[in-house]
Design a protein around this ligand. Structure first.
Ligand code: ZN
Length: 237
């Protein structure tokens, strides 16, 4: 992973800590440079009455900056689109394409947009996650590499860029094709999640769930004690 550039794109602060922070910190340790793009402002992420949106936006951005620091992420970009209303639109795609053309990643990580629910885990996906995944996939292909798309970016000197590999964070066990060993970075993953104080009541419980999940994926890999899993797409030229 030496000298590789990685961009992880999600809807909300904390999504990437749950989905891929063990992998990100492992790759950073191996010499990669990692960047985050958080598309929404996180302004609906509270169940506490009387919470002010502006305060929450600032708190959550700070929590993400702290988590990124622990993982060795170089910079966090924020889209500041409205939380809960994200759409796979031209505006959102332009933000992602702008980021891709600026940092020129070899690898992009995002969320699998095909997950609507998972009955086994009693999970219904957040619509922002689906929109973020779709917008990122289409930004990787074709828009980032296409000369005739987003020509205003070209005028700013942001040349087309070809991303080589796309990794999707997914709940669909049947589609997984890549396991990453996070045995040496599981502590960093839980430590990064701990920074998102506005998002949990009981960190002990959260930590044990994360460890249990990582162990389960590790078992599935048949190789690693703790793992994260992805759908990896190597993009053809
Ligand atoms: Zn989320």
């Amino acid at each position: 992973m030496k000298d590789k550039i990685i961009l992880a794109v999600s809807a909300h602060e904390d999504d990437l800590e749950f989905g891929c922070s063990g992998t990100i910190s492992k790759w950073v340790k191996e010499g990669a440079s990692a960047y985050y793009l958080i598309l929404t402002d996180g302004s609906r992420g509270s169940d506490i009455k009387g919470t002010k949106k502006d305060d929450l936006i600032k708190t959550r951005a700070k929590e993400e900056e702290n988590a990124a620091k622990i993982l060795g992420v170089k910079e966090v970009f924020f889209g500041n689109f409205k939380d809960g209303e994200l759409k796979d639109s031209s505006e959102v795609r332009e933000k992602i394409v702008r980021t891709i053309r600026t940092i020129k990643p070899d690898i992009v990580i995002t969320m699998d947009p095909e997950i609507l629910y998972n009955a086994e885990f009693g999970y219904i996906n957040h619509p922002d996650h689906i929109e973020a995944g779709r917008a990122t996939i289409f930004s990787v292909f074709p828009y980032s590499r296409n000369l005739m798309s987003f020509t205003t970016l070209l005028k700013e000197g942001l040349e087309p860029h070809k991303v080589k590999d796309l990794y999707l964070i997914t709940f669909d066990r049947k589609k997984l094709n890549t396991f990453i060993d996070i045995s040496e970075t599981i502590e960093l993953k839980t430590e990064a999640l701990k920074q998102h104080k506005s998002q949990y009541d009981n960190f002990k419980e959260l930590k044990s769930n994360i460890i249990m999940m990582s162990k389960m994926i590790g078992k599935e890999s048949k190789k690693y004690k703790y793992a994260e899993a992805f759908i990896k797409i190597q993009i053809r030229d």
